[in-house]
Design a protein around this ligand. Structure first.
Ligand code: ATP
Length: 235
């Protein structure tokens, strides 16, 4: 199995002395859907922000697609698409322009065929000339994913993709993520919903107070702990 993300002995201490991550070790394999499950404040966003090179690590090593995130940042970042928790979608721009521009930010040559493919896959094609700010919440989320896929990344991070969305949209998102995986993209999502991890993931990592306490195949984790025990772990 090819490894897409490798994290070894990772520590993060914020400027105020708070230790947000402690000795994280993690391998994520090509083509899998990996759910990082943990309660509020566990360190999920910190961990993926470090892997994406947005937040500096304090100690340890991180590789994405075989590139060291510190020494080979540009190459590593090219391999990664990130859909952040906070959606920045108050844009006057059209869907097409925003997604094309996003590709340019990664220094990639324009590729209208790829943009068309992404917009069609996310059911955004009919909205390509609409301004983002005029779209529904669900469509805006799709635009964020389209932007993250604009530069053809191998790895896609979704930080709490369904936090605060209604049940229908949540199901839509799950279906969309499954379709993306079919196209060969490695997907890492963070969530504090057990049901989401159970529904989506091949493997689940449980993070609590800055430590990964378990990494298991989904079925093994569920039969080992059961939902009740897992819920307790997430408190
Ligand atoms: P949530 O589910 O609420 O988004 P999370 O699991 O993503 O939580 P993080 O956002 O990574 O958790 O935060 C982990 C811990 O680090 C929290 O206690 C948070 O208060 C702290 N933290 C995050 N960013 C900073 C910062 N810039 N400076 C100091 N502490 C921080």
């Amino acid at each position: 199995m090819q490894t897409d993300i490798s994290v070894r002995h990772l520590y993060k201490t914020y400027g105020d002395g708070f230790q947000a991550l402690k000795d994280i070790n993690l391998e994520i394999y090509r083509g899998e859907i990996f759910a990082l499950l943990g309660p509020n404040g566990a360190g999920k966003t910190t961990l993926i922000s470090i892997i994406c090179g947005i937040v500096n690590l304090s100690d340890g090593e991180v590789e994405a697609a075989g590139y060291d995130i510190k020494r080979q940042y540009r190459q590593a970042r090219q391999a990664i698409g990130l859909v952040p928790q906070e959606l920045n979608t108050d844009s006057f721009e059209t869907v097409w322009n925003a997604v094309s521009f996003s590709r340019g930010l990664f220094g990639k040559a324009p590729n209208p065929d790829h943009i068309e493919k992404v917009l069609k896959a996310l059911s955004l094609w009919d909205k390509r000339n609409n301004r983002i700010m005029s779209l529904s919440g669900g469509m805006k989320r799709r635009v964020m994913i389209a932007k993250a896929l604009s530069h053809e990344p191998q790895i896609l991070f979704l930080d709490e993709p369904t936090a605060g969305v209604d049940v229908d949209l949540r199901r839509d998102m799950w279906e969309m993520v499954r379709q993306l995986r079919e196209s060969g993209v490695t997907i890492i999502l963070t969530t504090h919903y057990i049901e989401e991890a159970e529904e989506m993931a091949d493997r689940i990592g449980v993070i609590r107070q800055g430590e990964i306490i378990l990494v298991e195949e989904k079925d093994q984790l569920m039969s080992k702990l059961g939902k009740k025990e897992l819920r307790l772990q997430l408190q």
